[in-house]
Design a protein around this ligand. Structure first.
Ligand SMILES: C[C@H](O)[C@H](O)[C@H]1CNC2=NC(N)=NC(=O)C2=N1
Length: 113
């Protein structure tokens, strides 16, 4: 089953961070995302481009709906013509499989915008 077809599991404080092996296997499904470290935490980040602010905001709201549906929430920076989406799991201060699932679903929203 692809990442896009999966759903997030409820975030738990004792949930295991994703292993480097798992991340290596999943990264090819989200090739446009980069893994960054911010505040000492691993995160997934991608910048999406748009014609103007209105389109950027519409996409932002769709990602917001996705987050509510999955019970898993990103950081969103919405600017004129671009939206930067950052996924990580607050409860474990790092990356969980959920973040890869949501990154893949975010790509889907962009491709079908
Ligand atoms: C109670 C609520 O489900 C939890 O606080 C969820 C909300 N959304 C979340 N989103 C993210 N990215 N990480 C979390 O740990 C998280 N926890």
């Amino acid at each position: 089953m692809t990442l896009q077809q999966q759903h997030c599991e409820a975030c738990r404080a004792d949930a295991p961070r994703i292993t480097e092996q798992e991340a290596r296997e999943l990264r090819p499904q989200i090739p446009d995302w980069k893994q960054i470290e911010e505040d000492g935490e691993e995160r997934l980040q991608r910048q999406f481009s748009f014609k103007n602010f209105a389109e950027a905001l519409a996409f932002t709201n769709r990602v917001g709906d996705l987050a509510e549906d999955e019970g898993h929430h990103p950081a969103l920076l919405t600017e004129y013509g671009k939206v930067t989406v950052t996924w990580w799991t607050h409860k474990i201060g790092g990356l969980h499989r959920n973040d890869f699932i949501c990154a893949a679903k975010t790509d889907d929203l962009y491709e079908h915008r």
